[in-house]
Design a binder for this molecule. Structure first.
Ligand code: SF4
Ligand code: SF4
Length: 192
């Protein structure tokens, strides 16, 4: 057959040497690569048991804050949802009833408030948009791994901070003592 260009190169099939036929050079080359990687610093971590150090400006999971009297601050105004570029926040507003003054600070409150953590890009715009200082992104907590997509829809049961003031941290729900110690160790190892 006539070649299309003059760049065609005719290859000759050379007979393999004895070592090549026994695959020895390839086996030793493969083993040397494996051994080299065996002693190299690992690029991965065993998450969630092992947690990478967080950046000082890390924004993690949302928390819906209570005021000093334990009442929910959120008034379901929807500004956080409007500010959210990922459309991750949805809520249903309700009127506070008589006798519920100790539960909700404003006359209107969020009957339901949901954040889709799979959509969220943790930009913090919801936090900035909130006029009631009700929603914050915690600096010390992130969404744990789950197998079901539904489990990344965080409702009020997981967002509102505990009623017990001793269980609250400055910006969110407290870590367990072990997690807090591990986190502060990691933070201390970070370059200034
Ligand atoms: S952090 Fe950003 S993306 Fe996530 S819910 Fe708030 S505004 Fe939306
Ligand atoms: S969290 Fe803040 S901005 Fe969002 S609905 Fe509640 S009060 Fe409004």
């Amino acid at each position: 057959m006539q070649p299309l260009t003059n760049r065609a190169k005719k290859l000759e099939k050379k007979p393999m040497t004895l070592a090549e036929r026994a695959y020895l050079p390839a086996i030793f080359q493969g083993l040397s690569i494996t051994m080299r990687h065996f002693f190299m610093k690992k690029a991965t971590v065993r998450y969630p048991e092992e947690v990478r150090p967080f950046s000082p400006i890390f924004r993690g999971l949302h928390v819906l804050k209570r005021d000093e009297q334990g009442r929910e601050r959120c008034t379901a105004c929807g500004l956080c949802a409007v500010a959210c570029p990922a459309e991750a926040i949805t809520m249903v507003a309700g009127e506070r009833k008589k006798g519920e003054e100790g539960l909700y600070r404003e006359e209107k409150y969020a009957i339901s408030y949901e954040v889709n953590m799979l959509r969220c890009i943790f930009c913090g715009l919801c936090e900035e948009a909130c006029p009631k200082a009700a929603v914050y992104l915690q600096a010390d907590k992130m969404a744990p791994p789950r197998f079901e997509r539904d489990e990344f829809i965080y409702g009020k049961d997981r967002l509102v901070e505990p009623v017990d003031p001793t269980k609250r941290s400055v910006r969110g729900i407290q870590l367990t003592p072990e997690q807090a110690a591990a986190l502060s160790n990691k933070m201390a190892q970070q370059p200034a």
